[in-house]
Design a protein around this ligand. Structure first.
Ligand SMILES: NC(=O)c1ccc[n+]([C@@H]2O[C@H](COP(=O)([O-])OP(=O)(O)OC[C@H]3O[C@@H](n4cnc5c(N)ncnc54)[C@H](OP(=O)(O)O)[C@@H]3O)[C@@H](O)[C@H]2O)c1
Length: 308
């Protein structure tokens, strides 16, 4: 059945994959974005429309959600920028207040299902970083306010996501290419279970309609648990580069993060460091719970990392 789906954050790395699959599946997709001109390539799909909107304007959400069967919220930030950065206010605005507005607007417009992107280890009480506590606060709100099924909710908690166009692997690839010989690496022992963007998108598309997904939270991990050091070594391998990764001690990693807080574009931050103090690994296999396969990094990295 063709559904009317409104997507927030649909122009991002994960969003583009989800939107393409929704379009291909015959759904009618409206993507709310701050800048449609920047993302014209998404518009080539006949059933996808880009609409300029300030997603933080609740009245606007009320209007845009009218007539929609489902809303998908993927809006997220990795770091705070500009004035006031570091106090968590930007994380709370984007990760906590926006989902609250989405839930209220879904209810007002009679939207049946709300699909919410969170993150692995999100926790309102024990999250070590603003990123994880702000995501956890949203989860608490959604579970409490959607308990009666108006709207039905589904929450997704992925580990780090990889695939063509990702920031994670591609940033390390850029650094490796300009690093001669040795690469000192912060948080090298942090554990991840990188999950393929196509698998994450498949989980979202599947959960649009599955009755048994309503009210559930799905942890999304790939098949391999790897340290950050291992991931960077694997990246170097597929780039055909000989590089030695030197793990930085925890205290030095923390100092490096504090320095990076002031670097434009923030490739790393204190908040990222604090998130990495927890293993980003799954207790449950959400993809298997949905009957989906997990794709290994080794089968995808060669598709977008070319040897020099
Ligand atoms: N990538 C990962 O490894 C990973 C892992 C776990 C969880 N997640 C979560 O998955 C979601 C999507 O991640 P992604 O990697 O696809 O992110 P992304 O590429 O940075 O895209 C984020 C999207 O959010 C919108 N956005 C960003 N800041 C905004 C703001 N201040 N106000 C309104 N809209 C804003 C942008 O839309 P416009 O610019 O078009 O308005 C953009 O399309 C996020 O919630 C993230 O926390 C990602």
């Amino acid at each position: 059945m063709s559904l009317q789906v409104c997507v927030l954050g649909g122009t991002g790395f994960i969003g583009q994959e989800i939107v393409a699959r929704l379009g291909a599946a015959g759904h009618d997709v409206k993507v709310l974005t701050r800048n449609p001109a920047q993302h014209r390539d998404l518009q080539v799909l006949p059933s996808v429309r880009l609409v300029r909107a300030d997603v933080h304007d609740e009245q606007r959400l009320d209007d845009e959600f009218q007539g929609c069967d489902a809303v998908i919220n993927l809006v997220g930030i990795l770091n705070e920028t500009g004035l006031g950065r570091g106090n968590g206010a930007q994380f709370r605005r984007v990760h906590t207040e926006l989902p609250q507005k989405c839930v209220r607007a879904c209810r007002a417009a009679g939207v049946r299902r709300y699909l919410h992107m969170s993150g692995l280890k999100a926790d309102s009480q024990r999250g070590p970083s603003h990123y994880l506590t702000s995501k956890g606060l949203a989860e608490d709100y959604i579970r409490e306010h959607c308990a009666a099924g108006s709207p039905e909710f589904v929450i997704f908690q992925p580990s780090v996501v990889f695939g063509p166009g990702d920031a994670f692997i591609n940033n390390f690839a850029s650094i490796l290419k300009i690093t001669p010989g040795l690469l000192p690496l912060a948080c090298a022992d942090a554990k991840f279970a990188p999950v393929y963007v196509g698998d994450v998108a498949a989980a979202f598309v599947t959960c649009l309609e599955r009755k048994d997904a309503a009210g559930r939270t799905f942890q999304l991990c790939g098949p391999d648990v790897m340290t950050l050091g291992d991931i960077v070594r694997l990246t170097a391998h597929y780039l055909g580069l000989k590089r030695r990764v030197i793990p930085l001690p925890r205290t030095v990693s923390r100092v490096q993060a504090a320095v990076m807080d002031f670097v434009p574009g923030k490739p790393f931050s204190t908040d990222n460091f604090l998130s990495a103090t927890l293993d980003s690994t799954c207790d449950r296999d959400g993809l298997a719970e949905l009957g989906l396969e997990r794709t290994a990094m080794r089968s995808v990295l060669p598709r977008y990392l070319q040897p020099r």
